[in-house]
Structures are given as structure tokens and as C-alpha cells.
Design a protein around this ligand. Sequence first.
Ligand code: E4P
Length: 222
Amino acid sequence: MKFFIDTANLDQIKKAYKLGVLSGITTNPSLVAKEGVKFEDRIEEILQAVEDVESVSAEVTPDVTSAEEMIEQANELIKINGGDKRITIKLPMTLAGLEACRYLTKKGVKTNVTLIFTVNQALLAARAGATYVSPFLGRLDDISEDGVLLVEKIAELFAIHNLDTQIIAASVRHPDHVTRVALAGADIATIPYSVIEQLSKHPLTDQGLEKFAADWSKVTNK
Ligand code: E4P
């Protein structure tokens, strides 16, 4: 399973990229709004800050609801950074979003169909040619449904039907989500920087480092 970072914060993207574990970036209107920056400018800054990643998701804005408007917006977004091929148009899981997905896929543009909460939605998006689908597991868990089970079922269905759409486990809240979606067959987990940090930690690692340092200081102080 690959890691994407789920943020529009440039410092966090740069810090995660330096670790060498990042394959992509996802943003959404809420994440961009939090940064108080111009959307297109931030996407360009992200593309310029990271070299070898496969995808940078730029979502059509929430005021755009028809397929025609989504396509019009996508046609502007794909020009960013000199027509960077990593730009992935993130589309909502609506009928208009599916129509836009099929059109953009035929044009060779990468797409990410977002706000997926059922297996049927994922199947529709895959049939519309989506490069990625994003099931939101944390938000399902929030309403007492099993988000990881959804990822597992989508992975099973895509395998049965030989669908090459990649599953991005989204709305990931903690390290246990990461382990479980990896085992459930997600291709990618898009996670906040705080969760990337948590993944690297264990109390016994910290204790071990303290012991090494204490033992080493005994020798070096002699
Ligand atoms: C995915 O692409 C979304 O940006 C994201 O994972 C949503 O997560 P949230 O439920 O924490 O807002």
C-alpha cells in the first residue's frame, strides 16, 4: 500500500516528502479553505515542491454541480504548472461527477471520485473510468458503520471484476486505520501529517533510545 498525504499545508507536504514515503497528495475544498490561499496557486506550489509523486488531487469547487461546469473547471486545472500530468481531478460521487469522470478519462486526465460510502458507488466510479476512488472510512466510523469493511468489500469486488481503479482509503484518523486498510487491500491510504508521525512511533522505541543514550553516556563520560 502506498501513502498519500491528505492536506493543503505546504510545510507538512514538504516534511512528509522528505521522508521518502510519499506517492501523492490529496486536497479538498475544506483543506484548501483552512490554508486561506488561492486554490490554483496552492496546487501549483504543491506540484513544484514534490517531484516523484504519481498524483496531486485538485477537487472541483463545491459551487460547480453540472458535468459541463466540472469539465470546464477541470480544463483550467489541468493547465497548472505547464499542464502537469500528475494533476488528478477530484470529482464528487454524483451523476454529474460520473459523466465528467468518463469525459476526462477519455481525454487521458487522471480522476479521483470522492465521497464514496458504498460498494455500488465505487463500482459506478470504476466503470466511469476513475483512476482512483476514495472511500471515506473515518466518516463511516463516525456514524457507527464499518469503514474498513467498506474498503475490504471494494477491494474484493475490484479483484473479482479485474477493475484497475485504485482504492484510496480516505478520512483516515489513526494508525490502526492504516494497518487495517492495508490488510483490507487498499492501494493507497491518504493520511494527515499527524498520523504519518504517529505511524513512526512506539513507546518501546523511545525507551530503547533512552537506554542506548544512557549506556553510551556512561562510556563516553569516563
Ligand atoms: C480525502 O481525499 C479527503 O480529503 C479526506 O480524507 C477527508 O477526511 P475527513 O473525513 O477527515 O475530512
